[in-house]
Write a protein of this length. Sequence first.
Length: 284
Amino acid sequence: MGNVKAVRRIRTCAVPVAGVVVLSMGLTACGGGGAGSRDAAKGETGESQRKDAAAVLAAAAKKTGEQNSYRTHQSDGSAAGPASDMAWQRTPFVSSMMIRGTKTAENPTGETHLVDTADGAYTKTDKIPGKDWFKIDPSGGKKTDTSRSRGLLTEFLGALNATGSAKWVGAEQVGGRPTDHYRGTVNFAELAKYQGPAMNKESHDWYVDVMRKGGKEQAVIDVWVGKDDLVAKSREVSSGQKGQETIVEEYTAYGTGLKAEIPPADKVATFDEYIDALSKRPGA
């Protein structure tokens, strides 16, 4: 999928934007009186309750889903591989994706920058004199819950919670934050049969479909959850007929909002102006 491979999938609800496929996720703390309080009432220690993978991951799914915004860095786990920096905000809706992929003659930087709002979608370009972006008017529909700028956290947490396969690995530091590390193995043939509250139908069906079409049979999913029940990092290593693939995501800036993501109006061209500029380029 070209530059979008870094975002898998980014895996998404495919919306073509000038040759780029913009992919389109739901996520989920327990505050006072949550699972931690109940465990404490039973006399369990904080450490033992954090080893209860099912309870912690259910709380993480709930709390993550309550966030209005956050940022995601997605990569294949290597320093030199493709990567994407994404930001998502529910209200007012803003989705930002900077995708760094393969350099080509058409795209010598290998970068694709996309910003989506309720008022339209913007794509950064160097092909319009005096303008840095072009805009496509909104197509309608609810983008907030389907934007792929949310990353893959909904699918990862949902699959682990649906299968109940996760176990506590240990306490580890992620980005200077103390977290608990959990790992589970998801079989996609089994996940396909799941129907229940741990994974909403849209997320479930999309995830299973994408993985099966990619020839994937199972995935080992790791999730690092902070003491505040917010996920700091995830890793999916999927395997099957077409080999192995790794997706690593790091999550930051929960609830801080997105600033200066929307391009200034005087730097934005219409889609018709973009097409006109392309037609006037040498060799067009």
